[in-house]
Design a binder for this molecule. Structure first.
Ligand SMILES: [Zn+2]
Length: 472
């Protein structure tokens, strides 16, 4: 029987399963990882889904240079202060020392606003909605594949709007697209809310976040959507003439999701038997394992091909495993890779015109026979049911690990043994927020339904509840 991963084994389990299942490989470049096809397929699926949804709200893709003049980053004081420790800088090119070094993009606001300053002249040019699919570099001392690597893949959206309210509405619209991606596509329940000033993106006025809870009780920031302060576009001279003829600075948003989402899939759904792929994103949704030797059973082989073709017609991703291995070894192989459904087909099934079907969340022995005639529909239903069961299981886990605390001492007494989300009151002061460092936790976000009267740290009147957790 598959079990959830115990929190003391979690880190080791994670590091082992992503290599064993060939999602990643080691890289000679420190802090980086090679993403192998089984891992990259997940990124391609995320890309496709996000790209479709952002285009529906008028976003267009473009591409900007990887290397950014160092002076650009220095134009916005908070931005450079936030990113300086993580920057990689190119000082030589073509065998010569450069007059001005280039920074390898840690994010592209600065170089994109340089373009915006030429593209935006009038209110008629707004809103402008641009997205870039790219890699970025943020120097990491302690890396872990997908979760934190020096180089990672992402999309970064950048928009400019005539009014603040419109920009904020758009930032929220993107957050909703991200919520749907997490919940409806990856089967990961998420909390959507706002970051505190201390946790904001450098240069942002508002940072919206969506956070998931991993199986070890740590929160993971899965993506963010920001409303930037006016000083940001202003420092790049981005301005437009409004309808009355006056010059104004547009309000800008930026938003991103990264390959970190792959880590979330592994950490939320996996179990002691290995990965569990949410059906909608699974690179292989159904694996067919013919029982017996391929060459001795042409009829079984032909039927497996027929089933595959039928399922593919219904848009299902299918793989037939014809390797020279024992069936048990094949079952184990695909279970470990988290394939949602397995179909077994042998000589006996030819007479009865049925298959044996096993779903990834079922007990090893829970086999179901399904007639060929109704197989496609059964597979469709079973994949939908698996998505729901995975989501519900993760939602239940979050509910079971959501605690209420009155004081820092309450949190300190529990959080090591019972990591999870701690809801508490807060006076709004950064000094109090920073007290959480003593328990190696942080404010993940503000919480909309206040239940606490006092600040967890200073005891003054609370201005609203916050959610506190240890995080990645
Ligand atoms: Zn306080």
């Amino acid at each position: 029987m598959a079990q959830r991963i115990a929190k003391q084994d979690f880190s080791e389990w994670y590091n082992s399963i992503i290599y064993k299942t060939e999602m990643v490989d080691q890289s000679p470049t420190r802090g980086c990882a090679v993403i192998r096809p089984y891992g990259y397929a997940l990124w391609e699926a995320i890309q496709k889904e996000v790209d479709t949804q952002i285009k529906k709200v008028g976003v267009q893709n473009a591409y900007f240079p990887l290397l950014i003049p160092e002076s650009f980053l220095k134009k916005e004081a908070e931005h450079i202060e936030g990113f300086a420790p993580e920057l990689a800088v190119v000082t030589h090119g073509g065998g010569k020392e450069l007059e001005e070094p280039y920074v390898v993009r840690p994010t592209s606001e600065t170089i994109i606003y340089d373009s915006f300053s030429r593209w935006i002249k009038s209110y008629r040019d707004l809103p402008l909605k641009i997205n870039q699919w790219a890699n970025v570099i943020r120097w990491e001392m302690r890396s872990r594949p997908f979760l934190r690597t020096t180089e990672f893949l992402w999309q970064e959206g950048h928009t400019a709007h005539a009014g603040k309210e419109e920009a904020l509405i758009f930032a929220k619209q993107i957050l909703e697209i991200y919520r749907q991606l997490a919940e409806d596509f990856l089967a990961i329940p998420v909390i959507t809310s706002e970051k505190t000033a201390n946790e904001r993106f450098p240069g942002a006025e508002t940072t919206l976040t969506f956070e998931g809870l991993m199986q070890d009780g740590r929160a993971l920031q899965m993506g963010t959507s920001h409303l930037l302060a006016l000083s940001f576009p202003a420092s790049f001279d981005v301005k437009f003439q409004d309808e009355a003829g006056a010059m104004q600075t547009p309000w800008c948003t930026s938003w991103a999701v990264t390959t970190r989402l792959i880590g979330a899939i592994v950490m939320v759904h996996g179990d002691t038997r290995g990965l569990v792929m949410p059906p909608k994103i699974a690179p292989i949704q159904v694996v067919i394992v013919p029982i017996g030797k391929v060459e001795q059973q042409p009829a079984v082989q032909a039927q497996a091909e027929t089933i595959k073709a039928d399922l593919e017609k219904a848009g299902i991703r299918v793989h037939i495993d014809n390797r020279e291995e024992r069936p048990g070894a094949k079952f184990f192989h695909w279970e470990e890779r988290g394939v949602p459904l397995r179909i077994e087909l042998g000589a006996r099934d030819m007479e009865s015109q049925q298959v044996v079907m096993v779903d990834r969340l079922a007990d090893e022995n829970a086999k179901q026979t399904v007639p060929w005639a109704t197989l496609t529909q059964t597979v469709i239903d079973q994949l939908a049911s698996l998505h729901t069961r995975l989501f519900d299981r993760a939602a239940q886990f979050r509910q079971d690990h959501w605690f209420k605390a009155e004081t820092l001492a309450d949190i300190a007494a529990k959080i090591e043994d019972a990591p999870g989300i701690y809801q508490t009151g807060w006076c709004g002061k950064t000094d109090c927020e920073l007290e959480l460092k003593t328990v190696k936790a942080s404010v993940r976000c503000l919480w909309k339904t206040p239940e606490h009267k006092n600040c967890f740290a200073c005891g003054a009147a609370s201005t609203g509840d916050i959610l506190v957790a240890k995080s990645y």
